[in-house]
Ligand binder design. Structure first.
Ligand code: ASP
Length: 600
């Protein structure tokens, strides 16, 4: 037996007992007469003391120990002498007096410290992943992730859900990304596609009568990566039959609150989850995944500036655009440079410019403002009543800064949405301990793809159009709302889902609107359409990102910190060196000839 006790579990009550421990040398301190090591296993740390008087052989061996060596210790648990306790570790009241030491393996000096949380270059973290995973912080993250998944399983099990696996080698399901392909050895020139999600499989399970399905599913999407994306990621994938949107939202709210309450009880959840339509979210927050931990809502300023002489605003309004603004509380003192930075940000997001109006603190109320308290490059074009009107509309007070954008509706929302988040960040309004969930509903069913001049599904093509809007599918596709819903939290999408189409005619109609020919529809989706002819029940579900949930619950900014073996931003695995070329023979077996792009 290597060990009978875990290091981190030793307590005062164990004093007097002989134990066997095994683990890694976290730290070694040589005090001449005595050698101390902090021995670490997954449970934590125990202090072991080597005394040359009582255990000369073990003490002699301990002189050679270095960080990350793997050792076993037999020894006696004793209470630490008064005044030498360590309140920072749970086993800090005791130490183990070593009787015997065995070295299982030595270690080279690690490429970075394991026993602290000092900054490590991202490439090193990935290249030396097995060692990085020893660090306490990432171990905590993986434990947290485990607990999230356990809570999902417990919750769904008690509500009658079945966990069912679906294949990884399959056929392309359109979720809006590129597929990862796997060549077939037996069928030259044919390929499997890795699932972008088990969407069609779970719908087919509903046709088969399974009613309540879920799976912790791996999904693969070959797309250009952002900070909150990985080429493969994990979803809680769930589907139910005989449900309406309300049934699903009513199931999901307690799931998420219970996860937070069980796993990170120090975090605060606002209940019930507020609801917004897509339109409200875009109008008030300029985003379909609004961060609701703070206000600073986007406000329409047209009523205040309808008669203005200011050309920029006049032009926007005559061109059927909008003039909207937000308040940056207490930011009237912003320097030229700070204002220029915000303007640049607005331009980067597509605005022609940003109008800033600083209400200097001279006046006590907005109503007592005079033009001498107004600082803006456009000040001379405004009347004081216009400034007061705008300030009232956005709820600004003296000392605040107004940020105003004019132009096309969608652009204005996007730009102000980004500025709102920036101000929220600068003013520290994004409290990490507050999990502010909200449901967003009534998304548009279709999005115009200007490049390809066709309609795309906003969610995916299996989404049920709002029954009232089905009549506009062909005549006014932009107007059709979907029966789809997202859960967002702190500005991040937690899940998206929808009620699905379950009748062949409607599904075929959608494919037609999306520009598929009848042949393409048959080739790509024939199996689903056929299944719909054999008694498909009404159904709906969700796909929920687990990596992102773990990321915000662990207070991390990067998905890689909650994934054991993640990929880089450019989709490579630095530990294994994947992707990698394979030999000729392997290529021949799958009938593939590679013609690499010419080197620049
Ligand atoms: N399959 C969808 C996705 O991955 C989720 C769903 O509609 O259930 O986004």
């Amino acid at each position: 037996m290597f060990k009978d006790t875990n290091c981190g579990e030793l307590r005062k009550e164990h004093a007097g007992r002989e134990v066997r421990l095994a683990g890694w040398v976290n730290r070694r301190r040589d005090h001449g007469s005595l050698i101390f090591i902090d021995l670490r296993d997954r449970s934590g740390i125990a202090q072991v003391v080597f005394n040359p008087q009582t255990a000369p052989q073990a003490a002699k061996m301990a002189e050679n120990l270095r960080g990350e060596w793997v050792v076993g210790v037999r020894g006696n648990v004793v209470e630490r002498p008064a005044g030498t306790e360590n309140s920072k570790i749970p086993s800090g009241d005791i130490e183990v007096q070593a009787v015997e030491l065995e070295v299982f393996n030595e270690s080279k000096p690690p490429p970075f410290y394991v026993n602290d949380d000092s900054e490590v270059d991202e490439a090193l973290r990935l290249r030396y992943r097995p060692i990085y995973l020893r660090r306490q912080r990432i171990q905590n993250n993986l434990v947290l992730r485990h607990k999230i998944i356990q809570q999902m399983r417990r919750y769904l099990d008690t509500r009658g859900f079945l966990e069912i696996e679906t294949p990884i080698l399959g056929k392309s399901t359109p979720e809006g990304a590129r597929d990862y392909l796997v060549p077939s050895r037996l069928y030259p020139g044919s390929f499997y596609a890795l699932p972008q999600s088990p969407q069609q499989m779970k719908q087919l399970l509903m046709v088969s009568g399974y009613e309540k399905y879920y799976q912790i599913a791996r999904c693969f999407r070959d797309e250009d990566l952002r900070a909150d994306r990985q080429p493969e990621f994990t979803q809680l994938d769930l589907e139910m039959s005989f449900v309406e949107q309300e049934d699903i939202l009513a199931l999901m709210e307690p799931l998420y609150t219970s996860i937070v309450e069980e796993v990170t009880p120090s975090k605060h959840v606002t209940k019930p989850f507020p609801r917004l339509t897509y339109k409200e979210a875009m109008e008030k927050y300029g985003s379909d995944k609004p961060d609701l931990r703070f206000g600073l809502e986007l406000t329409d300023l047209e009523p205040a500036v309808r008669g203005t002489q200011f050309q920029v605003f006049r032009q926007a309004l005559t061109e059927k655009g909008v003039v909207k603004g937000i308040t940056a509380p207490g930011c009237a003192g912003y320097s030229r440079k700070q204002l220029d930075d915000l303007t640049q940000m607005a331009k980067d997001k597509g605005a022609r410019g940003l109008i800033t109006i600083a209400l200097e603190p001279g006046a006590s109320t907005v109503d007592s403002l005079s033009m001498e308290h107004v600082r803006s490059v456009a000040a001379r074009y405004f009347t004081i009543d216009e400034v007061k009107g705008m300030a009232h509309a956005v709820g600004a007070k003296p000392s605040d800064l107004l940020l105003i954008v004019a132009g096309a509706h969608q652009m204005v929302n996007t730009v102000l949405g980004a500025l709102r988040l920036e101000i929220g960040k600068r003013l520290h309004l994004q409290d990490k301990d507050h999990m502010k969930f909200a449901f967003v509903t009534d998304f548009p069913l279709l999005e115009w793809n200007a490049e390809e001049k066709r309609w795309n599904s906003a969610h995916h093509p299996f989404t049920m159009p709002h029954p009232e809007d089905i009549q506009y599918l062909e005549s006014d596709p932009a107007r059709v709302r979907a029966w789809s819903y997202d859960l967002v939290c702190n500005g991040i999408e937690m899940f998206s889902g929808s009620i699905r189409i379950h009748r062949r005619e409607l599904q075929e109609r959608i494919f037609q609107v999306l520009g598929y020919t009848p042949d393409e529809t048959k080739e790509k989706f024939g199996h689903l359409l056929e299944a719909f002819e054999y008694g498909a029940p009404p159904h709906g579900g969700i796909g929920a990102g687990i990596d992102r949930l773990a990321m915000i619950m662990a207070d991390e900014d990067n998905l890689r910190e909650v994934i054991a073996f993640p990929k880089t931003q450019s989709a490579t695995d630095l530990l294994f060196g994947a992707p990698a070329p394979v030999g000729q023979q392997q290529l021949q077996q799958v009938h593939i000839k590679v013609s690499p792009p010419e080197q620049k």
